[in-house]
Design a protein around this ligand. Sequence first.
Ligand SMILES: Nc1nc2c(ncn2[C@@H]2O[C@H](COP(=O)(O)OP(=O)(O)OP(=O)(O)O)[C@@H](O)[C@H]2O)c(=O)[nH]1
Length: 408
Amino acid sequence: MKIPKRVLVIEDSTMLIRPVCRMVEEVGFEAVPVMSLAELEQQLASEARFSAAVADYCLPDAPSGEALPPLFRAGIPTIVLTAHNDQQTRDDILSMPVVDYIPKDSPSALDYLMRMLKRIDRNPQIKVLVVDDSHTTRSLLRDYLRRHLYQVLEAVDAEEALQILREHSDVSLVLADYGMPGMDGAQMTSAIRRLYTHTRLAIVGISVQQDKTMTPRFLKAGADDYLQKPFTFEEFTCRITRNIEFVENLMTLEHLAHADPLTGLSNRRHLFEQVQKIRGAYGIAIIDIDHFKQINDGFGHDVGDVVIQHLADRLREHFPRAIVARFGGEEFVVLMKRDAAHPLAQRLEELRQEVEREEVDSHKGTVRYTISIGMAAATAPDIRELLRLADERLYKAKQNGRNRVCAS
Ligand SMILES: Nc1nc2c(ncn2[C@@H]2O[C@H](COP(=O)(O)OP(=O)(O)OP(=O)(O)O)[C@@H](O)[C@H]2O)c(=O)[nH]1
């Protein structure tokens, strides 16, 4: 079981500490409530490790943010919640290495806090590429991004940036300076867009030039946003968060459109989209659970679902590099490039034998099941014809007694 990461909730108001702790737990952290600087020092001296802190700026024994430096010294990413919304306090807080600053009187303070906590949890897996020829700007942006726990990659020009993007296809955001030697930021944006769509990667253009054409130049080249230098840490944070959330939401939608909800495998539509990517000789198999209706009737539909998930897991294990899709009900398709060293028919037979041997545990007892398989192979990429042939052979496998592979 995953052990939840701990978050310190430092707040002296009994009215507020409970909803903040609840929110922290909703995001998946364990909330550790603390009501004074003295209690905080005890926690920091203990063995406990903390992933983040939500800290009130003003505590009875720490009226002017004295609780913050011990958190920074302990390397704990800290979001400050404060009732003091005057310019001086705001500037003081933002001059420190905080993750963010949230005024308590804002009607959306708790919703914003929730978003920032989710970011603290997810950002360590997210890569951001900073492209700027100025060492000073790169280190400023690196500092801002690291405060938010992003993984930061850096390039001094477009050429290096494109090379990094070829090596790291999982970069989610590029910060593109306009004025660089070689390609400028807008030209680089166009080049990046030839490699990655908006669904995979956001680009934010940055420039110091007070030129009204700069924003449209970047946006028309394929950027998602534009930041005019100089910008504050607060503005930077809001824009970066919004762009990262946008990419994440698009990726979630894409995943939902492509995945079968029960097994997480590709759905039928995604299978047909993926086929276009295969070049050369390939093989296809349709795998169908035998007498599945009897499993549903005997054990219940929920146990039927467990059996479907069991077969999906076996398919994933046996065919890690193939396209594996749930084609419908209890029917799956495996599509893969031909591999002379380990032919598809042999691999399907190994799968069939393993399924036959295994027992599936369920709350209604142990279930055993078998599968029938029809397969076909071709050199020409005519997926529909191959599927028709594999389906004919699956029918043959069923007619000949089930629990077998039929390849001709
Ligand atoms: N539990 C569960 N059952 C499903 C799902 N989708 C389809 N089914 C059931 O799968 C069963 C398929 O039954 P049939 O097509 O008659 O085939 P079978 O019983 O497997 O018999 P053979 O294929 O001839 O060996 C039907 O009872 C469907 O209701 C699902 O997502 N979950």
